[in-house]
Ligand binder design. Sequence first.
Ligand code: RNT
Ligand code: ZN
Length: 425
Amino acid sequence: MTVKNQFEDAKKEYERWGINVEEVFDKLKNVPISVHCWQGDDVGGFETNKESLSGGIDVTGNYPGKATTPEELRQDIEKALSLIPGQHRVNLHAIYAETDGEVVERDQLEPKHFEKWVAWAKQHGLGLDFNPTLFSHKKSEDGLTLSHPDPQIRQFWIDHCIASRRIGEYFGRELGTPCLTNIWIPDGYKDVPSDRLTPRKRLKESLDEIFAAKVDEQLNIDAVESKLFGIGSEAFVVGSHEFYMNYASRNNKLCLLDTGHYHPTEMVSNKISAMLLFNEKLALHVSRPVRWDSDHVVTFDDELKEIALEIVRNNALDQVMIGLDFFDASINRVAAWTIGTRNMIKALLYGMLMPNEQLKELQEKGDFTRRLALIEEFKTYPFGAIWNYYCEVMDVPVKEQWLEDIEDYEKTVLTGRSEAIDSAV
Ligand code: RNT
Ligand code: ZN
């Protein structure tokens, strides 16, 4: 049976529940996922005076073929995007600036340092998102940035964040789609603090200064990302969830929820509806924590499906800006992007193929037996046949066929890269 025949049979089963699969495809095609560039080079970046990764995050593994230049990184992203159905966005960090070998301090970064990224994004019809980088730097060596007691260090990071918002504005203007510029800082303490209020007060003041700089809100959307703990900030993180949730709502900024930044049994899927009632928009970093904020590649697991369901059944596709955030250097990095991004899209499709209206009614009526029964039965509906056909009509490889492309790419492109490094040593 062809992919199409399997699809036709499967479609009938969903149609019995009033689910219009073609309409679902049209909807899904228009959902952009913001694909993080940093999976491609282990959050390295291309700074001339590059420091090693710090800020309480870590990448493990040394799979060969890592991108070491912007050209290689773009080539790898292109490869991954060619295997992912739909039109998406790319999420950059300030450390991915291209300064032609010149040392440009982060507070001095300008739109011109991202011209090549913009030209590339235009060429491929991609939107760009952005992040100031407040880690992997001498001025964040002690794990403090915007909440630092030293006003000069604070100012440096404030200026970097303002410069970043202007770069975001430039992306928005050039690409005709607003850029989400997300601020995440590592600030915190390894051990029990003797004062939690003062650093939080300083962070609040720093953010006020950053957002006081005028940037066109039509072109750049500001977000703030909280965290629970990091490596070296196990006891206290200044920018906690409550801190940013309040800050964002008071200041009309977006709250960004990273799925790895909560207690292990605390689920982001359960937060989405609550956030949407009080905010026009919400941003996500979809990741996969394994025992800690480990940033594993996103898999098609229950929580991913639940997140997708919450977005879909609440008609919130226009309100939730979906971004990914994982970095695994123990497997082929292009495959990591492909697996994680395809899973995110697959989960949205899964959510769209549930009889959501009927399930809501059952709950309202108090019929919890049917609610549970249907949710469980739909888990083995022929979802795979619909997904495969979606990939086919979107002109990307069906099922595991994409692996061949990656294996070929590894042989012809990535392996050559590691050899080049080896022979240089
Ligand atoms: C760190 C945050 C943050 C980073 C990226 C690189 O815990 O999740 O979003 O992963 O900015
Ligand atoms: Zn994140």
